[in-house]
Ligand binder design. Structure first.
Ligand code: SF4
Ligand code: SF4
Length: 163
């Protein structure tokens, strides 16, 4: 995993043109069973990839925090939402709450998330490869393949499976 993560940025760069072409074609002609294919590819990939050996998303990007996330996590810490925001979050250029710094403050040295049960929705859903109408998030996915080895592998499998 460590070696794969080291090379991931370069590998994703090399695939950029190919991926862009693939997703443009996919959006023009969406397979009827795309939701089913994605579910299958996602499950197959996460049988092989252990997020606890990786945590690259928590180390390098971090999620957006919705208001519901802020309220739930602040409650977990018995803090006022405003206090939680002051302690951990900032507002980014799109006006969203994001982490003040990465790696995420809630990530342990063992790659466990210390707020796992109440973690942000975006953390639960990342890398979004099992979501419906996957073609709608192709721009985001093209960024995610440079961060997430599972997303990278899933896109590579998609290209083999969907001609
Ligand atoms: S979701 Fe992707 S980047 Fe995050 S820990 Fe799992 S494999 Fe790594
Ligand atoms: S809240 Fe947890 S899952 Fe989300 S980025 Fe931080 S450590 Fe990772």
């Amino acid at each position: 995993m460590e070696q794969f993560l080291k090379e991931l940025g370069k590998k994703a760069d090399e695939k950029q043109t190919e991926n862009k072409k693939f997703f443009t074609k996919l959006k023009k002609k969406v397979p009827k069973n795309l939701d089913y294919i994605m579910q299958e590819l996602h499950e197959e990939e996460f049988k092989k990839t252990d997020c606890l050996e990786c945590a690259n998303c928590c180390k390098t990007t971090g999620p957006l925090f919705t208001n519901a996330d802020v309220e739930r996590i602040a409650k977990h810490f018995r803090q006022k939402p405003q206090k939680f925001i002051e302690n951990y979050l900032r507002v980014d250029e799109d006006n969203d709450y994001v982490l003040q710094q990465v790696p995420c403050a809630f990530l342990g040295a063992d790659n466990y998330c210390s707020i796992y049960d109440v973690r942000p929705k975006a953390c639960r859903e990342f890398p979004h490869t099992d979501r419906k109408k996957f073609q709608q998030i192709s721009n985001l996915t093209m960024k995610n393949v440079a961060i997430c080895p599972a997303a990278y592998n899933i896109v590579e499998e998609m290209k083999k499976r969907i001609k």
